[in-house]
Design a protein around this ligand. Sequence first.
Ligand code: PLP
Length: 348
Amino acid sequence: MKQELINVAKGKTGHYGRSEGEEDLVEAIIDREAKKNSVKLSKEDITIMQGSSEGVFFLYAAGLEAGDEVLLPGPGYPSYIQLAQFFGGATPSYRCVEENGWQPDIDDIRKKITDKTKFLVVINPNNPTGAIYSKSTLKKIVDVAAEHKITLVSDEIYDQLIYGETEYFGLASLAKDVPVVVLNGFSKAYLMPGWRIGYVYFHDPVDALIDLREGVNALARQRLSANTLIQKVCAKAFSGPQDHIKEMNRKLKERAEFAYKRLNEINRISTTKPEGAFYIFPRVDLSNRWKDDNEFCIDVLRSTGIVFPYGSGFDPVYGKDHFRSIILPPIETLERAFQKLEAFMKKA
Ligand code: PLP
């Protein structure tokens, strides 16, 4: 990628580009989504974003009125909560069941849908739990959305980082007649988060998302264009060799298994095993020693120097009494951190 950027940048001044995205990247995405998810997209269905986060921002800006509800996975990636609230939206969350590998609870989704629910968000693979949602769960989510005519939003940014038993399905691949807005990008599998390119696509078999798509594109035009040179590199990322991803998943599987085993050995900590992305989300028994998971994480940081984001930040109800750890570093580094955590828990 770095060499590609040098090649692309040679002799270029860097121009504003097409606001919805450079044609070669859009074509690469059409191709990729057809192959990976059997989704047939046209050029107009795709908008390139400066990171998928910009996609969430534009989607909410275009689609939310104050008082609307965004039904979110609990736990889930915090930006979906904070950005919805920025636009005056409410953010109820549906339960993902730890004892069931953090799979979404379909009955809870049903219970929490109201006439104000605007978007039903799925984050799969999930940050922070590392869960991969089963095909049958995803199909049920699609059915619920169809029944209530709610727009599905599917964050698939970790869709290439899959190393567990559960088979991965992109949501649009299971939603033949149901509209889905999909967010994806290059930050994770291509290890280029700071290069800030992502995309949103509108899988819209019944023409229900035309206004939303136009709203998002109007905002894209206001910010002129995403980084044009990096878009060229991203087009090559999709069409070039993908061997590094296999290797990355091999390492992640090893590290997930190690972290699962090691964390479960520690006093008052228990965890499920992640199957995708690069996180693990253990439960901690606070036992009157700490007021909440936030206080626990601050105490761990002060005593050991290790930063674990606190669970309630990922959902005030379904994330509490948890913390998140990354599993990206080599096993020796993870072991050093877990040893420190183990000693801390013994003393606490
Ligand atoms: N979505 C999820 C689920 C994430 O975990 C993250 C980053 O951690 C993002 C989106 C942000 O992605 P981007 O770099 O494309 O804005």
